[in-house]
Design a binder for this molecule. Structure first.
Ligand code: UD1
Ligand code: PEP
Length: 451
């Protein structure tokens, strides 16, 4: 297990430049969309992260040929042989990521049946997939649950339908898009999620020949077509990774230029970053984020679906808020259990109190349900190195930020989880001047507070 441990010697500002590539929350889905095409697709700016490897493996198992193109980060996906694939080994992919659920529509269209292994993804709430199965039933699929996964059948071509999601779920919206594009007739989706990654997936599907229009009121209309072709597409940059590095700059009093970061998908984050007292500068190629000196300011923050403050930004920002003066309030309204990571920050010296109530104004789905989903962060706190065990992807990156901002050395266990969504994060940390070591490289060190 020592390979999965990182020693972080904190106390130095992160400074320099890093490059981000395609979004973790778009790229695997665009790869799945390639299954819908008659011909090969070409996806550019694909990051080297584990979720991409998982989907690549699953596509290959389903007969899709996946090879790298001439450009760095380019994948060519050819679905010509899907019909003759042997998926006997699919169980090996159980628990690997959330993406297998999105294979349903494309496989039902191509083969008339699909087997979906158990899902993985971050442990930040119950993460049910009831909306997915309900919409697939509405399209005409039948669904059987088995201990190893879910088996779906479409006895005939799936039919367009009218759907209203109970909540604007990102995954369920993508499920509808990937299914409706080849269904017979028109699908009207109400209360859809409209995250930038979804809009980019719509762009991919439109390039393939789909007819999709977005209304102003979370309504999406999809007119099914008989056939789709391959696409050529450059994935939108990872705004979640960009925000994570921006929070690292703020918490460590650093200065990071993020090449590839874009303003429009980050507008809400940029406003919050400025309210906290962070500085940024946008140019054609990226965004520079830095701590301008002086005190950071406490804020009230509520996570929400787009265009609200994205939940995946919450954990890294909370680390920066431990350095702000006063009481910050954070109300997590997207996942019921996304604040558990704060316990370890308290062991490092932070003062974060969790509440079951909806603090900050708007009542949410979790208010009356006994979940610790609001936090009061009291700062500024001096953080000390600690022994940390990574709980989930963003929580893991947040622990790295905290360890880098802390005095002394932290031992961070479970760092491999970060590879799921952050490309080459250790190289990037080193490029930014972080003092990190794998235990095999380290002199014996004195570890700070223990967890
Ligand atoms: C791979 C990927 O893109 N992951 C992102 C995606 O996750 P994911 O697509 O899984 O998230 P959803 O938007 O579906 O989930 C939002 C909320 O809806 C609930 N829900 C969802 C589906 C369902 O069938 N039933 C149900 O109750 C969830 O429990 C959660 O409370 O969007 C989230 C919200 O922006 C992000 O945090 C994740 O990074
Ligand atoms: C929650 C996340 O991802 P996933 O849905 O893949 O678990 C995330 O990216 O922070």
């Amino acid at each position: 297990m020592t390979d999965d441990v990182l020693l972080v010697h904190g106390g130095n500002p992160l400074e320099g430049e890093i490059q981000i590539r395609g979004a973790k929350n778009l790229v695997p889905k665009a790869m799945v969309a390639a299954l819908l095409g008659q011909g090969p697709s070409r996806l550019r700016s694909v990051p080297d992260i584990r979720d991409v490897k998982v989907v690549r493996g699953l596509l290959q198992l389903h007969g899709v040929t996946v090879r790298t193109g001439d450009e760095e980060g380019e994948l060519i996906l050819d679905p010509s042989h899907v019909e003759s694939a042997n998926v006997a080994d699919i169980d090996a992919h159980a628990g690997s990521s959330r993406i297998p659920i999105l294979f349903c529509g494309p496989l039902l269209h191509r083969l008339g049946h699909a087997f979906i292994p158990g899902l993985g993804g971050c442990d930040i709430g119950g993460r049910p997939v009831d909306f997915h199965f309900e919409v697939l039933r509405q399209f005409g699929a039948t669904i059987e649950k088995h201990p190893q996964g879910t088996y779906l059948v479409a006895a005939q071509r799936l039919r367009g339908t009218k759907i209203e999601l109970p909540y604007p779920s990102v995954g369920a919206t993508e499920q509808v898009l990937l299914t409706a594009v080849l269904a017979e007739g028109v699908t009207e989706l109400r209360n859809a999620a409209i995250e930038p990654e979804i809009v980019d997936l719509i762009c991919v599907l439109q390039k393939m020949g789909a007819i999709i229009s977005m209304g102003t009121d979370r309504t999406i209309l999809i007119t099914g077509v008989d056939e789709l072709d391959g696409y050529t597409h450059r994935a939108l940059p990872d705004r979640l990774e960009a925000a994570s590095w921006a929070c690292a700059a703020l918490a460590t009093k650093g200065d990071i230029y993020i090449r590839g970061a874009e303003q429009i998908p980050m507008m809400t984050f940029l406003n919050t970053f400025r309210k906290v007292g962070g500085a940024y500068e946008i140019d054609d190629a990226g965004i520079r984020f830095w701590h301008p000196g002086g005190e950071l300011k406490a804020i009230a923050l509520e996570t929400d679906v787009h265009p609200g403050f994205q939940t995946d930004w919450q954990q890294p920002l909370v680390v920066a808020l431990t350095q702000a003066t006063g009481l910050s309030i954070v109300h997590e309204t997207v996942y019921e259990s996304r604040l558990g990571f704060t316990g370890a920050l308290n062991q490092m010296g932070a003062h974060i109190q969790l509440y079951r109530e909806c603090l900050g104004g708007t009542p949410c789905r979790f208010g009356a349900r006994n979940f610790n989903h609001s936090a009061v962060v009291s700062g500024p706190s001096k953080l000390m190195g600690a022994e940390l065990v990574i709980p989930d992807l963003r929580g893991g990156f947040s622990y790295l930020i905290a360890a880098l901002a802390a005095e002394g050395t932290s031992t961070v266990h479970g760092i491999d989880l970060i590879n799921r969504g952050y490309e080459n994060f250790m190289d990037k940390l080193r490029d930014l001047g972080a003092h990190i070591e794998l235990p095999s490289e380290a002199e014996p060190v004195e570890v700070g507070l223990t967890a």
